[in-house]
Design a protein around this ligand. Structure first.
Ligand code: SF4
Ligand code: SF4
Length: 192
C-alpha cells in the first residue's frame, strides 16, 4: 500500500465513514482495536485484512481498500465478532453494509470475492423466481457462469439419486409476494 496522509484522508472521506456508520447502524468510531473480533473469527486466516483491520480502515477513510478487499466477501456473518466486541460494534452488520456498498459502487471484484458475489446472485435469483431455493438450478447457473460446467457433478448426482434435490423447481405458494419484496429492496438500494 503506498504512503497515505491519513489525517487528510479522513477529512476527504468523511462521507464514507459517516455513511458506513449510518447504514450499518454501528458506532464504528467506538472500536479501540482490541482485536477480539479477529481472535474469534473463523475465517480471519483466509482474509486479506482481518476484521479489526477492516474496521480501522473504515475509521481512517480507506474506502477503496476496504471496498476492494476480499475480507468483506469472505465474512460468513457468523456474528462471533459481534458477541465478543467490548465496544458493542456489530461487525457482521458492518461487513454486510460494505458488501452492499461495493456492489452499488460497481467495484470490480476479483478472485474469491467475485465467485462469492456470483454465488449470492445465483442463490437469490432462484429465491426470487420460486420463492425458495431451487438447488439444481442454482448449481447449474453458477457452474455455467464460472465456466466450471461439471463442478460438483458427482455430488449433485448422488444427491439426486437419494432424492435430496429435485429436477423440476417447485414454487412457494407466496412466491409473488416474495418477488415484490425483492423489487422493493432493489428500489430502496437505488436510492442509497
Ligand atoms: S472487538 Fe470490537 S473494539 Fe475490538 S477490535 Fe473488534 S470491533 Fe474493535
Ligand atoms: S461475522 Fe464475519 S467477521 Fe465476524 S467473526 Fe463471523 S466471519 Fe468473522
Amino acid at each position: 500500500m503506498p504512503a497515505i496522509n491519513l489525517t487528510s484522508n479522513v477529512k476527504d472521506n468523511l462521507d464514507f465513514i459517516m455513511h458506513v456508520s449510518k447504514e450499518s447502524g454501528q458506532p464504528v468510531q467506538h472500536c479501540y482495536q482490541c482485536g477480539k473480533c479477529t481472535a474469534g473469527c473463523p475465517v480471519a486466516f483466509a482474509m486479506d485484512y482481518p476484521p479489526n483491520r477492516i474496521i480501522r480502515m473504515v475509521q481512517l477513510g480507506l474506502k477503496e481498500h476496504v471496498l476492494k478487499s476480499q475480507a468483506i466477501w469472505l465474512c460468513a456473518y457468523c456474528s462471533t465478532c459481534t458477541s465478543r466486541c467490548p465496544r458493542n460494534v456489530n461487525l457482521a452488520r458492518v461487513m454486510d453494509c460494505l458488501r452492499g456498498m461495493a456492489r452499488r459502487e460497481g467495484i470490480q471484484l476479483e478472485g474469491r470475492a467475485k465467485k462469492i458475489a456470483l454465488f449470492y446472485d445465483c442463490f437469490l435469483d432462484t429465491v426470487k423466481r420460486n420463492g425458495k431455493l431451487y438447488e439444481l438450478g442454482m448449481m447449474l447457473n453458477y457452474n455455467l457462469k464460472t465456466g466450471h460446467f461439471f463442478k460438483d457433478a458427482g455430488t449433485g448426482l448422488a444427491m439426486f439419486t437419494k432424492g435430496k434435490i429435485k429436477l423440476i423447481p417447485t414454487k412457494n405458494e407466496n412466491y409473488k409476494d416474495l418477488a415484490q419484496i425483492f423489487e422493493r429492496i432493489e428500489e430502496m438500494e437505488e436510492k442509497c
